[in-house]
Design a protein. Structure first.
Length: 195
């Protein structure tokens, strides 16, 4: 009899466990069914939200790329400006010294007759040459114009002349020397051009 009671109790417990397991499985499938049975409206809203977020992400990536490109451009412009600053650092000084060179040339063009004046002219010539060599060391270059073809980038025509032996557009006379700093024109040469 004890065996029968134990057997019945065990069978009841097994039945209880089986029914509990069946209920749990049924609940799980019901919950899964409820979760998987989203309405098309809910799916459309999720898709819209995903598309919206992807669009915002793409916009932010584009903004970041533009900012990076602007930064690289600014860096490159700054490097070019720094290079030009170093290359043409003497420009303002040379521009202010050009009239001094002109005055030296005018003074040296004067003819002197006595020995005392001649020795002064020799000293002035030495100073002029030293000054000009120092300026050449900084990149000052004289623009050649006489008997060259007129070039508006380097010459400024202030007069015209007529020389039948030379072709039209040739510089006949330099009225004021022009100078360049490396590859930049500081002052164009004032010239008389053949018609």
């Amino acid at each position: 009899m004890d065996k029968e009671v134990v057997q019945e109790t065990a069978n009841e417990e097994l039945d209880n466990l089986a029914s509990q397991q069946a209920e749990t499985e049924q609940k799980g499938t019901v919950e899964e069914d409820i979760a998987s049975e989203e309405t098309p409206v809910e799916l459309d809203e999720k898709d819209e939200r995903i598309n919206e977020l992807e669009s915002k992400l793409q916009d932010e990536e584009n903004k970041l790329l533009r900012v990076l490109a602007d930064f690289e451009n600014a860096k490159r412009r700054n490097a070019i400006d720094q290079e030009a600053l170093v290359k043409y650092k003497a420009q303002s000084l040379l521009t202010t010294i050009l009239p001094v060179l002109d005055n030296f040339e005018r003074a040296l063009a004067v003819e002197v007759k006595n020995e005392e004046a001649q020795s002064i002219m020799t000293g002035m010539d030495m100073i002029y040459r030293n000054l000009f060599e120092a300026l050449k060391g900084e990149g000052l270059v004289e623009i050649e114009a006489l008997d060259k073809e007129f070039d508006p980038n380097f010459h400024q025509a202030v007069m015209t002349g007529n020389d039948p032996e030379k072709s039209s557009g040739v510089v006949l006379e330099e009225l004021q020397k022009g100078y360049m700093l490396k590859d930049r024109v500081l002052r164009p040469t004032m010239v008389k051009v053949n018609e």
